[in-house]
Design a protein around this ligand. Structure first.
Ligand code: FES
Ligand code: FES
Length: 132
């Protein structure tokens, strides 16, 4: 039911861990399944230099966090804002329909981390709204 890429990202996920003194941290949870995802960003000169995650969740949630953190590295904030859960799922060669919501967690966690960064630095990021 999972693509090869999802399996790889799940078995051997990149970017697991924390960033000490991260510039932005976002934590989101899915009330239905109880899974929790935390994303850490290191941002310098408007560019995401590093990203790590801690996810207590299903295989798809872990695979999407690993893929998302890999995708945002080296991107500007505006570019990162354009990454959708669909793009993450596509980079994983798709997710089973019942697992698409898990990729939403990744998008939400990224946005929450960017929000945290914006708050700490008194910035506004186009299109970014406060996390629920
Ligand atoms: Fe939360 Fe899609 S289920 S954004
Ligand atoms: Fe909860 Fe996948 S089942 S995030």
């Amino acid at each position: 039911m999972y693509s090869q890429k999802v399996m790889e990202c799940f078995m051997n996920p990149k970017n697991v861990g924390e960033i000490e003194n991260a510039d932005g941290v976002g934590t989101v949870g899915n009330a239905k399944c109880g899974d929790i995802m935390k994303i850490y960003l290191q941002i310098e000169d408007n560019i995401i230099r590093d990203a790590k995650f801690k996810t207590f969740g299903c295989g798809a949630a872990i695979a999407t966090s690993a893929m998302l953190t890999e995708m945002v590295k080296g991107k500007t904030i505006d570019e990162a804002m354009k990454i959708t859960n669909k793009a993450v799922a596509e980079a994983l060669d798709g997710l089973p329909p019942v697992k698409m919501h898990c990729s939403c967690l990744a998008e939400e966690a990224l946005r929450a981390a960017l929000w945290d960064y914006a708050q700490k630095n008194g910035l506004t990021i186009d299109g970014l709204t406060p996390p629920d």
